[in-house]
Design a protein around this ligand. Structure first.
Ligand SMILES: [Zn+2]
Ligand SMILES: [Zn+2]
Ligand SMILES: [Zn+2]
Ligand SMILES: [Zn+2]
Ligand SMILES: [Zn+2]
Length: 353
């Protein structure tokens, strides 16, 4: 692990390379601040167990479902892969009850419309649609007795036929031929028709048992397992983006991989231990956990002789790497200079106009 001396030595070398290192009284005057960086993720498997009463209409085969006695004590193999979702459906032992419906016969009830007969009465004939039964025959008016005289050479209105009732020529309505009524098309004159509610069966499905005639009830349990992934990034703020990115890219991090059975290693520095420990608290319903951490100490160096710069130093596989960034003060100066230039330009423009 890098210490203050290594860091200052790295900065000094960097300044030497630039040709202005000799002027510095390193390390006495420089200020080193350490940022512990911790990154990674916590993957948890969260399990929930619920129990419900189930009702099924008709027969159902539950024999292939695993059985349990007390849900909380049911043992399910620990998850092999924490990121996979899993759902197991169980049946409580002895809870399956099959009943036949008391209110129907095998799921059927007599049709209320036809009272179980399957058919309905129907008028065998209906009033003639053409003559409406009023002038079915000009001579007998549908009675069969010629109660009127034949019209004297006068042609009747529209086509007329021989009356089936009284036999008069050119006297009867061509549709009903003097009868005044026509055969019902629904029952074709039979006087009964099929019941449309039960389609002639005389029975309809029993609503309460959905026509099945039996119900099955049981107690069902569901065990579901879902992954929960929590990213880890410390500190949330306070380290400039370029420094963090470069450290992420080429820094030498220490990796840690812990399951829910492991604790943080004894030799882990307190600054990382304090950051990582809160992540390892078990979550409600947690049955498995894998924490993947990597950590690195990033040094921030301020040198009074160079107030415009800040140095970030971190370990790599070879020698420590140094990143030079403008200081906060410098950033403000640049911003102020830019504003000043704008102001001058503004005043000049005012003078000219
Ligand atoms: Zn029923
Ligand atoms: Zn019916
Ligand atoms: Zn007639
Ligand atoms: Zn008619
Ligand atoms: Zn009819």
């Amino acid at each position: 692990m890098l210490n203050d001396k290594d860091v200052l030595e790295a900065v000094r070398r960097r300044l030497e390379e630039r040709g202005d290192g000799m002027k510095l009284g390193l390390p006495d005057t420089a200020k080193v601040t350490w940022h512990p960086l911790l990154e990674g993720q916590i993957v948890r498997c969260i399990e929930t167990r619920t129990q419900d009463e189930r009702l099924h209409y008709g027969s159902i085969d539950l024999s292939d479902r695993p059985e349990y006695d007390t849900l909380s004590r049911y043992r399910l193999a620990p998850p092999k892969n924490l990121t996979k979702t899993q759902k197991v459906t169980l049946v409580q032992r002895g809870s399956v009850t099959e009943r036949s419906c008391d209110d129907c016969s095998n799921g059927k009830k007599p049709c209320p419309r036809c009272q179980g007969r399957g058919d309905l009465p129907c008028e065998a004939s209906t009033t003639c649609a053409d003559c409406r039964g009023i002038d079915s025959c000009l001579r007998c008016e549908g009675t069969g007795d010629r109660i009127r005289n034949a019209p004297d050479g006068q042609q009747p209105v529209g086509e007329r036929e021989v009356c089936r009732r009284c036999g008069a020529l050119d006297a009867a309505c061509p549709t009903c031929r003097g009868r005044g009524r026509t055969t019902c098309t629904t029952c074709e004159g039979r006087g009964i028709r099929d019941c449309p509610d039960c389609d002639r069966a005389g029975t309809v499905p029993h609503q309460s048992c959905k026509g099945t005639g039996r119900t099955v009830t049981w107690t069902e349990a569901t065990i579901s397992r879902k992954p929960m992934i929590e990213p880890v990034k410390h500190p949330k703020a306070g380290v400039p983006y370029p420094a963090r990115e470069l450290a992420r890219e080429s820094g030498k991090w220490h990796a840690l991989r812990l399951t829910h059975k492991d604790t943080l290693p004894e030799n882990l520095a307190d600054e990382f231990r304090n950051l990582a420990q809160p992540y390892l608290a078990p979550h409600e319903g947690e049955i498995g956990r894998e924490a993947t951490f990597k950590h690195l100490r990033l040094a921030r160096v301020e040198v009074p002789q160079h107030p415009h710069r800040v140095y970030y130093v971190f370990p790599t596989d070879t020698s420590p790497q140094v990143l030079v960034l403008p200081s906060q003060q410098r950033t403000w100066q640049i911003a102020a200079a830019a504003l000043g230039a704008l102001l001058v330009l503004f005043l000049l423009l005012r003078l000219v106009s």
